[in-house]
Design a protein around this ligand. Structure first.
Ligand code: EPZ
Length: 428
């Protein structure tokens, strides 16, 4: 397994190109199952999760070809069940349920497991599909759905933590070929949902209200092929804004969408980080003084849960106490104990992390545990004096395209190395 070996304490300077959004590409690829005609998706990041989704579509019988940042698919003849082990491994694959049901009126998908950040149930997905007329059973670890007819309905998709992003995607896709009108209430408003709706409309779907809590889909007989360019990755953008801020450098982002980053830009401003917009470029530098801030993660357009871990590094550098409250997932602070190995003082109290910032950070061996936590550990290593080794960097490769290369171009001393054969850390 690969690691990142980082020499910390170097301010980052230069320019970075933001890639297409992982969390937009996965449902977009699933949506190509809705038509037998070819689809072309551009600005696709080269990520393990994206390649995985391509393998899943192939296991369903679709033709999928990757050419640099462009993916071409043709789902002429597909079947309603894929490779159990493939689908089981990536939660994002749950969004093939809706398209398969709409196209084939049946589907069998391995029940996505929980992960380190939470149980990740799909009860709201299934509630929505039942509302459209599906019968659902859980058999031998599979979700089996059948619907001889899909009929439009009103469905409330709000859960204990608010709307569901992929649940909204699943129901929106299933409803495109249902008979009649579907209204999703308490729909997710994330830009990735809007991007999916735009692609579906380009395929001939009738959708209004995407980006608001109420999405209306009027079913059509069939959808045709289309081409689409993926929106930029707002989480990657936020991560590089924080990389410039925590290292006290000056970094310019190209290709980001500032209008997708309001909550992040607002909090960075409050914390004393300066972000200047010139055209579509964003330049970040630290102001004269950092100020501790309090953050609560919320559904879009609130502060994104996927930036919470990275923000904790900024708070660890800021004199004073900052509080991060995680309201979306039930256990998304695994990075806190790893950041503490660098010298950070972080106490977890229920859904909140209390960060006593301003302590010096020094390099250590760290273990990545999930995608965004691993990004936080890399940011921590960029700041800590001395060497930091971040292990299990495959987590990072799921969602950050060529992060080591992009950081080196910004002056960071980071290299990808094989995991040293050494004594395994005692997990007591
Ligand atoms: C998407 O996951 C993203 N993943 C996540 O990004 C992101 O953190 C999350 O949305 C929230 O913004 C992709 O788009 C591939 P949810 P999703 O359904 O759709 C609960 C990353 O790091 N819930 O919006 O799976 C759920 O447990 C990943 O890129 C139910 O209770 O998340 C959670 O507490 C991590 N029942 C909350 O809702 C359901 O049926 C939000 O989950 C579905 C969800």
């Amino acid at each position: 397994m690969d690691c990142f070996l980082i020499e910390g304490g170097i301010p980052l300077h230069g320019e970075v190109q933001i890639s297409g959004a992982k969390n937009a590409v996965l449902p977009l690829l699933a949506a190509t199952l809705l038509t037998a005609e070819p689809c072309v998706i551009r600005r696709v990041p080269n990520l393990s999760d994206v390649r995985f989704m391509g393998q899943i579509l192939t296991s369903l019988g679709a033709e999928v070809s990757f050419d640099t940042e462009t993916v071409t698919t043709r789902a002429a003849q597909i079947r309603g069940f894929g490779d159990y082990n493939l689908i089981r491994k990536m939660r994002g694959s749950v969004c093939i349920l809706g398209p398969l049901l709409a196209r084939l009126h049946q589907a069998q998908v391995s029940l996505p497991g929980g992960c380190v950040i939470g149980a990740r149930p799909i009860d709201l997905h299934l509630k929505g599909l039942r509302a459209l007329g599906a019968t659902i059973s859980i058999e031998r670890g599979y979700v089996c759905v059948q619907a001889p007819r899909l009929v439009g309905a009103e469905v409330f998709l709000g859960g204990r933590a608010g709307p569901t992003v992929l649940g909204t995607a699943n129901i929106m896709m299933a409803a495109t070929l249902a008979e009649g009108v579907t209204v999703i209430q308490s729909a997710a408003c994330e830009p990735e949902v809007v991007d999916l709706a735009e692609f579906l409309v380009a395929m001939g779907a009738k959708i209004t209200g995407a980006g608001t809590p109420f999405i209306t889909i009027t079913g059509v007989k069939e959808l045709h092929g289309a081409a689409h360019e993926v929106i930029p990755d707002r989480i990657e953008a936020a991560t590089y804004l924080l990389a410039g801020a925590v290292t006290n450098g000056e970094v310019t982002l190209h290709g980001a969408r500032p209008d997708h980053l309001h909550a992040v830009l607002d909090k960075l401003h409050e914390a004393g980080v300066q972000v200047h917009r010139h055209g579509m470029a964003l330049t970040v530098r630290r102001g004269p003084e950092l100020t501790p801030v309090d953050i609560t993660t919320q559904p879009y357009a609130g502060f994104p849960t996927d930036v919470q871990a990275q923000m904790m590094v900024l708070l660890a550098l800021t004199q004073g106490i900052g509080i991060i409250t995680e309201r979306i997932f039930e256990s998304r602070f695994t990075h806190a104990s790893e950041l503490a190995r660098l010298g950070a003082d972080i106490a977890i109290e229920g859904p909140s992390a209390i960060v006593k910032g301003g302590l010096p950070l020094s390099g250590a061996q760290l273990m990545a545990s999930d995608l965004r936590a691993s990004a936080a550990l890399v940011l921590g290593g960029l700041v800590a004096q001395g060497q930091t080794l971040v292990k299990r960097i495959y987590h990072l490769d799921r969602g950050y395209e060529q992060m080591d290369e992009k950081l080196r171009r910004l002056g960071a001393r980071v290299q990808r190395v094989p995991e040293p054969v050494s004594e395994s850390r005692d997990d007591v």
